[in-house]
Structure formats: structure tokens, C-alpha cells
Design a binder for this molecule. Structure first.
Ligand code: AQP
Length: 342
């Protein structure tokens, strides 16, 4: 039986975090043999925020090595760099002619990033606004059925579905309308010191974030300092409004242990916050030590990493061509008489 296609992307916009792992990469690994998986390192998305030119390319290789260290099997999944497959940008222009200013203006990530004066005050660029259309193109090019994402990307995914539906209703079934998969727990890991804010790789306050390649002593220190609350006696229960710090710690533990929140609440009944933190420290350090060991071996193998990327991009380009060609056809663009090469 042919497998359905799953697609997802990750930005090389900084060092990857525990949030990226629990919310996205963990799912990518889990589904890699059940779906035909296509994973993209979305460097063109990353430049919607200022990036250091000497770091950006290197970071794409870092991300690839990290994805492999987390357990992705490069002989089974397609992994490539977004800028190596120009069809993404081509489709993005076409779809932008089928997307509305009003719907893009409602995207909360645009509002957050364009009003986050610390990070991006001088760079509220049009790419930041158009980002969801490029994301729709990433997904729709491959006739994707499933997109595993963290909770913060849900609104963008809903927009991709709307664009696909709109296009299909005009021209017939050109795109598969994708479903998304957001994990029940751990889909939005919050900052350690400000648990009402998402854990993000570009956070100015590094104490908010656990990085996957971070020194283990520093990880332990950050987790020990993470915010809890002053309830007396301490209560370990999931309540995002009244106990955001504890809820976040439970989400982290649930994401890493794959034990549901309800069962965790039961097993930590009557226990102290330090016991919860110690359990998380045990799991996080175990996971990170293993991952980092693999990473530092793999990262040295640049020829191998480039080979994976070139194999991935070649496959992606030929699949993307099929969809793009159909789109050119139905829109009515004149093809060159030497075939569909643009
Ligand atoms: N804190 C998080 N909790 C759960 N999932 C998360 N993801 C990101 N942060 C969390 C998920 O990781 C995937 C890749 O995300 P991305 O790096 O492409 O973009 P992002 O969501 O904008 O991540 P950051 O860390 O916040 O990046 P910056 O700081 O550069 O904007 C996505 O599926 C995302 O949901």
C-alpha cells in the first residue's frame, strides 16, 4: 500500500531548543516509517528575521546533524534545504495571487514578531508578512496529507488548508488538502522563567531556554531555577492559568517520558516541586547526553551531510516539478515549447 506523505519544516534561525524537540522533531522521528516523510530545513523562512550571513549556512548543516542525532533515518526520509528547491518560491508567488491581505494580517505570529521591538524593531519586512504563503507552498508542493507541528503553527496550517481549498475549487483537485498533527501534550513548551511565553530559540534571555546542544551543567542549573509557584502545600497539577510554571514542567516531562499528564499528576501526588524537577533533570540530561554524543560525531562528516542534502533536494525538485507544472497548466501560463523548464 502506498504511504501517505507527511511534510514538516524547521528554521535554522538559531540553536534548536527542547521546545523544537518535544513539539516537532520527536513526532518527526515517530512517524518516519509510517508515512513517506519529507523534512525541510527552511532557510528562506529564517531570513524573515535578521540572520548572520556567516552563520546561516553553517546552521543549516548543524540542524541536519541534529535531526539525524535525534533519530531521523536519512535512507528513509527525504531531507533537504528549502533554498535548494526553487519551486517553493515559484509556487509561493503563484499562491500569493490567491491569498488575501486580510487573512494574512490576522496571523498572530506576524503580529508577535512585528511588535517584538527587542528582536525585530527595524525589520518588519514583507517576507515576515508573506511567510505563511511560502509555508503553504512548502506543504502543497508535495501533495502532503499530514503536517506534524507545534501548536504555534496551527494558524498557518489552517491558512494553507484554506488556500488549497480555494485553489482546488477554482481549478479542480490540484492540491491535497493537508491535515495537521499537534501532540496532545508538549505542543507548546513555555519559557522556564516566563511560562506564559513560548520557549523560542531567538529569546534574548537564554535562561528561558534549554538548547539541545547546551552544556549539561548549564541545563541542570536552568531547570533548577525554573519558575514554579508558592502554593503551600505544593500541588503538582496541570492548570495553565493558575499554575503555568508547574504545567510547563509537566508538559516537558510528559513530552520526554511519553507518559500522559493525568498519570504524571497521580504519580507526583503529595510530592515536592524539587522531586518533579529532579525527574525532569534525569530525563533531559539522559536524552541530551546521548543526542550530543551522536551530534558531535556526525557534524564532522560534512561530505556525508552534503550528500544527504543533495540526494534530498534532487528528489524534492522532481516531485515539486509535477505539482508546479499542473499549477502552471491550470492557471494558463504559456509553457516553453522545449518542455516544462523555466
Ligand atoms: N516552544 C515550543 N514548543 C513546542 N513546539 C515548538 N516549536 C517551536 N518552538 C516550540 C515547533 O518546532 C517546529 C519548528 O519551528 P521553527 O524553528 O521552524 O519555528 P518557530 O516555531 O518560530 O520556533 P522558534 O524556536 O520560536 O524560532 P524563532 O525564535 O526563530 O522564531 C515547529 O513545528 C514549531 O511549532
Amino acid at each position: 500500500m502506498t504511504k501517505l506523505t507527511a511534510f514538516s519544516g524547521i528554521q535554522p534561525s538559531g540553536d534548536l531548543t527542547l521546545g523544537n524537540y518535544i513539539g516537532a522533531i520527536r513526532q518527526w522521528v515517530k512517524i518516519q516509517y509510517d508515512y513517506r516523510c519529507i523534512y525541510c530545513i527552511v532557510d528562506l523562512h529564517a531570513i524573515t528575521m535578521c540572520q548572520n550571513a556567516t552563520q546561516l549556512g553553517k546552521r543549516s548543516l548543524d540542524v541536519l546533524a541534529l535531526l539525524l542525532s535525534c533519530g531521523l533515518d536519512p535512507d528513509n526520509v527525504i531531507i533537504f534545504i528549502q533554498s535548494h528547491v526553487p519551486q517553493h518560491v515559484q509556487l509561493s508567488w503563484l499562491l500569493s495571487c490567491y491569498s488575501y491581505f486580510g487573512e494574512l494580517r490576522r496571523m498572530t505570529q506576524f503580529k508577535d514578531k512585528s511588535t517584538n521591538f527587542l528582536n525585530n524593531s527595524n525589520n518588519i519586512n514583507v517576507g515576515l508578512f508573506n511567510y505563511p504563503i511560502l509555508m503553504a507552498s512548502d506543504i502543497l508542493l508535495y501533495q502532503t496529507s499530514l503536517v506534524p507541528i507545534g501548536d504555534d503553527q496551527k494558524q498557518h496550517l489552517e491558512l494553507s488548508r484554506r488556500i488549497a481549498d480555494r485553489f482546488n475549487s477554482l481549478y479542480g483537485r490540484i492540491f491535497t488538502v493537508p491535515d495537521f498533527y499537534v501532540p496532545k501534550f508538549g505542543s507548546r513548551i513555555m519559557s522556564l522563567l516566563e511560562p506564559c511565553k513560548k520557549m523560542s530559540k531567538s529569546d534574548f534571555n537564554q535562561k528561558n531556554v534549554i538548547f539541545l546542544l547546551e552544556d549539561i551543567d548549564s541545563v541542570v542549573n536552568k531547570l533548577n531555577c525554573s519558575i514554579t509557584d508558592s502554593d503551600d502545600p505544593p500541588v503538582i497539577s496541570y492548570d495553565k492559568i493558575n499554575k503555568p510554571g508547574i504545567s510547563n514542567l509537566l508538559s516537558i516531562l510528559s513530552g520526554l517520558s511519553e507518559v500522559g499528564i493525568y498519570d504524571l499528576e497521580l504519580s507526583f501526588k503529595g510530592k515536592k516541586y524539587i522531586q518533579l524537577k529532579n525527574k525532569i533533570i534525569e530525563l533531559v540530561t539522559y536524552k541530551l547526553k546521548k543526542l550530543q554524543k551522536r551530534y558531535f560525531l556526525l557534524r564532522r562528516e560534512e561530505d556525508y551531510l552534503y550528500e544527504i542534502l543533495s540526494r534530498g533536494a534532487e528528489k524534492a525538485r522532481s516531485e515539486a516539478d509535477v505539482t508546479l507544472s499542473k499549477v502552471y497548466d491550470v492557471i494558463g501560463l504559456l509553457k516553453s515549447n522545449t518542455g516544462f523548464k523555466y
